[in-house]
Design a protein around this ligand. Sequence first.
Ligand SMILES: Cc1cc2nc3c(=O)[nH]c(=O)nc-3n(C[C@H](O)[C@H](O)[C@H](O)COP(=O)(O)OP(=O)(O)OC[C@H]3O[C@@H](n4cnc5c(N)ncnc54)[C@H](O)[C@@H]3O)c2cc1C
Length: 478
Amino acid sequence: MLGHPGVRLPSRSRFNINLIPFMHIAIIGNGISGLTAARFIRKQSNHDITLISGERTYPFSRTALMYIYMGHLRAKDTELYEPHFYEENRIRLLQAWVDTIDFEQQILYFDAKDDQEPLTYDKLIIATGSQPNRFGWPGENLKGVRGMYSMQDLQSIEDCSQGLKHAVIVGGGLIGVEMAEMFHSRQIPVTFLVREPSYWDMVLPEEESQMVNEEIISHGIDLQLGTELKEILPDEQGRCRAVRTSEGEEISCGFVGLTAGVHPNVNFLRDSPLEIDKGILVNEYLQTNIPHVYAIGDCAQLSDPPVGRRPIEAVWYVGKMMGETVAYSVCGDLTRYEPQLWFNSAKFFDIEYQVYGHVPVTYDGPLTSFFYGQEKRSLRIVYDKRTTKVVGFHAMGVRLRHEMCESWILHQTPIEKVMTQLNAAYFDPEFYTSFQRDCVNHFNNIQGINIQLSKKRGLSSFLSAIKSLGSSRTSKTK
Ligand SMILES: Cc1cc2nc3c(=O)[nH]c(=O)nc-3n(C[C@H](O)[C@H](O)[C@H](O)COP(=O)(O)OP(=O)(O)OC[C@H]3O[C@@H](n4cnc5c(N)ncnc54)[C@H](O)[C@@H]3O)c2cc1C
């Protein structure tokens, strides 16, 4: 029997799914976590499913928001399934904002504006995502000040962009750089305020962080490192007209993008019996403190996260894994959420970024890293000094095969073997040949050894490397 993603089989109960009576499962939030839960509940059961969101009727890819603004996609193109999918799978979609929940009577009440009758449920999954952070900056509620999280945010940014002469973006994370690229695509000058001395330096190691600094600046963005927002200044109409920075500079702008991180969107539940810290507290089965109520995705906080993982991981694939895992439990097959390797990917203008496993920013224990960089491309491999086993990969400007990096780490492969098999991780080995060769040469120089890069390329190199590790890939969300 195959395992579910990131889930060890022994932890599953022997519960017979067929004994669960027919029930109504309500899911608040139709993002990737809520949608995935609905899909997997349907795969296993005939239960009544209602997927609720105040934002939009049809689930869409939040990560593609920037491409709508840049004209690469229409909003419709970002929808995750065609409308008929929901009909065929009997997933009822409801566009309305849940205002309060009566957990005792198991009833959802909606915002008065939505004119929606209360809805009873037998089981409830809360998947309400995140909200952009606001730190109480003076002027943060002025017109023309906005985060970028929802379709409504995007519309507001679109409205503000007409005739916009200058935008200021606050916060040096992934969404900030996306916003900078969006304005840049319309030739709107951007000042990007980043509190830290280098872009995203609490996550990216020094060389990679520096590479992104240069990439941002090379696109004409006014990147101001080590600079904080102090206040946003209004005009007579109550719109933002300028910001004042920690350096005392006043910068005129018609839009301020607040992208200094996100927090779980749980405020509407604060006065309920639900246990909430930063997010909704859940155990390893994604159950809350209230029977029949689960929380998943960005809004969930693991009370006891697995070693090496954070209690809240607000990324797409975590929501997807949680959605699948919770579906089994809701359908009676109690299943632990046990994520395996950390993975994340993003793009900084023209530089793609991927991380697998453990890649610290600094090293003072048994771990060390090998780094090779060439202009807009780099590869970092983190390994244990004593055993030489690899624990993490960090790629900038080169796209690695997920399965290969995952297998190398899970099989505790020595770095020397990884270096000989390096071609197996590249999608476009012909294109990147010199990079891999130079990378191995650099490794040889540092180590004083003479490793030869395997001559095999493309798929054959991948298949033979996987075979040499002794097994195929690990289970993953489909
Ligand atoms: C611009 C942007 C780019 C991103 N890029 C990446 C990326 O490249 N890689 C990556 O891994 N992650 C990325 N992320 C993060 C990723 O998109 C999120 O982690 C993921 O979408 C969260 O999914 P979710 O299902 O938990 O919540 P969400 O997608 O936030 O869905 C929650 C839904 O619930 C609705 N809702 C909330 N409260 C209520 C209520 N009371 N009543 C009714 N409905 C409600 C919300 O309106 C929303 O539609 C990005 C996020 C943003 C904003």
